[in-house]
Design a protein around this ligand. Structure first.
Ligand SMILES: *Cc1c(COP(=O)(O)O)cnc(C)c1O
Length: 396
């Protein structure tokens, strides 16, 4: 097929040319003189994106899943109680990872179409008089449903009952696209992967670690070797790594962080809000519903769209593939019921409009009755107004 492939799944995302070119170079000596400056720039760039002045940054070859495991094995012992909220496939798997590490997980079942309600956090922690919960697992942006949880409100709920549990936050599909305030929100560990908002190929997991979590990692006795962040931090302070790092990814990461910095994080977040709203404006014009039920929890990095009960969303995906467009599938219990449009990372207005045009073709191909151009037109109308400087408001 001619032209480029539209990778509009919610990660991996499209790798911008600048990042690809930065990675297209000879592999350096990872113990050589180039490394310290590279590592230092990455650490300070990632701190800015995490919203942390002094958070410790540890990098691991791997992916978001490795970052889950690193977060858990460094802060918890087998047998420790943790509280988690099942609001989608990723929050469920984060809990499952903890269970496999031997932690005792209370997984609160909630509606998948919403986020983690702060009131629920407060109630659960209030009834834990003995402070048995050692940590809370929260997914900032639930990629299986397109729902963002309010981490600041969750922190306020924890503080309202003065509970000492660590706040461990997965922001794999949020960081670099959505505002994240590690320090201000009192997050203890935030984790991400390379292939979503950070615009790199898959292959790296990153964690930002606060003081309390750092102290905890000195006390826990959980077996860990590769994912032990203590030697990683030790070496990274000098600009090196205790393992062979994914060196070419490091060059790509430095370039991606420079791009975010040049655009300005505020502008990056505003762009994601604008493009996300354009996508959302299209959905009702297809006669379909956005899966997330609360507009204040709409994710600005992806939109999950429900198909009619008698349709199979995987057929929409297959039709989209025919025109060189990849959309996200329904995960877990949402298989066949939704498709997901990724709108994060390196992305602009024209790419969003092309994607929406492609979705219309795919829906039509599957016999879902739509009028061509209605969704695209609604997105264009919104973008035309947004370009003129109108504020970005969630659709009612
Ligand atoms: C993608 C993703 C993960 C898993 O990351 P991998 O890089 O696929 O291992 C975890 N959590 C969330 C919210 C994600 O979007």
């Amino acid at each position: 097929m001619s032209g480029r492939h539209f990778l509009q799944i919610p990660g991996p995302t499209n790798v911008p040319e600048r990042v690809r070119l930065a990675m297209d170079r000879a592999v350096p000596d990872h113990r050589g003189p180039e490394l310290p400056d590279l590592t230092r720039e990455i650490v300070s760039g990632l701190r800015r994106v995490f919203g942390s002045e002094r958070g410790e940054i540890a990098l691991f070859p791997g992916s978001g899943t490795a970052a889950w495991e690193a977060t858990l094995v460094n802060t918890l012992n087998p047998g420790d109680r943790v509280l988690s909220f099942n609001i989608g496939q990723f929050s469920h798997l984060f809990a499952e990872c903890a269970r496999r590490m031997g932690m005792v997980v209370d997984e609160v079942e909630l509606e998948w179409s919403g986020g983690v309600p702060a009131s629920e956090v407060e109630d659960r922690l209030r009834s834990d008089d003995g402070h048995e919960y050692r940590a809370l697992l929260v997914v900032h942006n639930e990629t299986s449903t397109g729902v963002t949880s309010d981490i600041a409100a969750i922190r306020r709920a924890i503080d309202a009952v003065s509970h000492p549990a660590l706040l461990l936050v997965d922001t794999v599909s949020g960081l670099g696209s959505l505002d994240f305030r590690f320090d201000e929100w009192g997050v203890d560990v935030a984790l991400t992967g390379s292939q979503k908002g950070l615009m790199l190929p898959p292959g790296m997991g990153m964690v930002c670690i606060g003081e309390r979590a750092l102290r905890r990692s000195e006390e826990v006795t959980t077996a860990r070797y590769f994912l032990d962040w203590r030697p990683v931090l030790n070496q990274m302070h000098a600009g090196y790594f205790p393992y062979t790092p994914a060196t070419l990814h490091l060059f790509g990461l430095r370039e991606a962080l420079r791009m975010l910095q040049e655009e300005g994080l505020e502008q990056v977040f505003a762009r994601h809000a604008r493009l996300a709203e354009a996508v959302r404006r299209a959905v009702p014009h297809w006669g379909l519903n956005i899966f997330c039920r609360n507009p204040s929890e709409y994710s600005n990095t992806l939109t999950a769209v429900q198909v009619p009960a008698d349709a199979d969303s995987d057929e929409v995906l297959r039709a989209a593939e025919q025109i060189n467009l990849s959309l996200g599938t329904g995960l877990g219990r949402l298989k066949g019921r939704i498709f997901r449009i990724g709108h994060l990372g390196a992305l602009n207005e024209l790419e969003v409009l092309a994607t929406l045009g492609g979705v219309e073709l795919a829906l039509h191909h599957c016999g879902i009755p739509i009028q061509f151009g209605r969704g695209v037109g609604a997105a264009q109308e919104f973008l035309a107004a947004a370009v003129r400087g109108a504020p970005v408001l969630a659709a009612d």
